[in-house]
Write a protein that binds this ligand. Structure first.
Ligand SMILES: [Zn+2]
Length: 377
């Protein structure tokens, strides 16, 4: 069976928001969940709980209250909520403008949990166990009243940050009762002032377990079960990207559509960003094609999503085994065009794979894995 797990990193913009937090997160997520209901697909919200903790600590109750109400509704409607952690919220300064906007002052050194050195002398492992367990407790206390079987068992790292010190991070996940991780993006490499990712050497497998004692480079039979975020490794996405480029160029020439941003990322460099010109855009697109790496994030180009998803699934799925595929999005960045592309994409996947495919939540994946474990014993 091919299991498709749609997920949404449920968070505000980490640098700041141009509109009230409700408009950025609650309304956009409501639109996304409604579209999921229309196509009968469950969605897992990876909730940035650390943001809620910080808001409450600073006495800003309204936004976390609205979030928790929405999470409860999410569970009641048969969707799922799991944990997403951005540790830098600890110590982040929050200021609200008169126009409803928000800006955040962040310590970049705190962005990756693996870089933390706890001031109280405890180890990184203990610190991670404390944070992960608190997140799990928070979600379970909040959501079990609405579904007594609810459990927080899946994790997505903020900024896919499971490096450095991966062994401590996965050790802590295991110790705090997380069964599934969905933070690895195959082939992703990324380096900025705040984040550093190198997933070039993670196993080329659809799913595997990560043994905390062995780290990220080796697939194991036991440990935390990995459902990587769907991405084609370097070179593999070249052809889908060329086709997408042609579509984009012809579309750009016929109609200039502007995308409205609701917020901005963490401000990294003091240097002002270079103004984006048509030539610079084209050069950037050609570089993307040359690298041939592509992570499927729900966007506006349904053809590109179908091309990459089918390539990925056909590469990793074997007839007699289960494949769990994680497809991610950020509701804060979705607009009516990406919502309609998402519905189109899912319908086409369904007609392509028929009864060999099922969309499920991370919670359901956890139950299926438990069942499988029981049967093999
Ligand atoms: Zn995030």
């Amino acid at each position: 069976m091919i299991y498709i797990l749609y997920s949404n990193d449920y968070e505000v913009f980490l640098g700041g928001n141009y509109l009230p937090e409700r408009d950025v997160l609650i309304s956009t997520t409501e639109n996304l969940l409604t579209s999921c209901d229309e196509i009968n697909v469950p969605m897992t919200l990876f909730c940035d709980v650390t943001c809620l903790w910080r808001y409450r600590e600073l006495g800003f109750e309204e936004f976390p209250d609205a979030v928790e109400q929405q999470l409860a509704q999410t569970i009641k409607r048969g969707h799922d909520v799991q944990a997403h952690i951005h540790p830098h919220w600890q110590g982040t300064e929050v200021s609200h403008g008169n126009d409803g906007s928000t800006s955040y002052r962040v310590d970049p050194a705190k962005f990756l949990i693996g870089n933390w050195s706890p001031t109280d002398g405890s180890s990184l492992l203990d610190f991670c166990v404390e944070v992960f367990s608190r997140a799990k407790r928070h979600l379970e206390e909040l959501l079990t009243p609405f579904n007594p079987n609810y459990e927080c068992i899946a994790y997505r790292a903020g900024g896919y940050g499971v490096q450095p010190n991966s062994r401590d991070i996965y050790g802590a996940l295991q110790e705090s009762g997380y069964k599934i991780d969905s933070s690895i993006v195959p082939g992703m490499t990324y380096e900025t002032d705040v984040n550093r990712i190198d997933f070039n050497n993670t196993p080329s497998l659809g799913n595997y377990s990560i043994d905390p004692n062995k780290g990220l480079g080796e697939a194991s039979d036991e440990g935390v079960f990995e459902i990587p975020v769907l991405a084609l490794r370097n070179g593999e996405a070249r052809w889908p990207l060329i086709k997408a480029f042609i579509r984009k160029v012809t579309k750009t020439l016929s109609s200039q559509e502007k995308h409205r941003h609701l917020g901005y990322p963490i401000q990294m460099s003091k240097e002002p960003a270079k103004k984006s010109t048509f030539t610079r855009q084209i050069i950037a697109e050609l570089k993307v094609i040359r690298d041939g790496w592509y992570m499927l994030e729900l966007g506006e180009d349904a053809d590109l999503m179908v091309d990459t998803a089918t390539r990925y699934i056909d590469q990793y799925h074997e007839d007699d085994t289960d494949l769990y595929v994680s497809i991610s999005c950020h509701s804060k960045s979705m607009n009516p065009r990406s919502i309609s592309a998402f519905k189109n994409f899912h319908r086409r996947l369904e007609s392509h794979y028929g009864s060999n495919m099922r969309a499920i939540t991370f919670q359901q994946a956890g139950q299926l894995l438990d069942q499988e474990l029981k049967e093999t014993k």
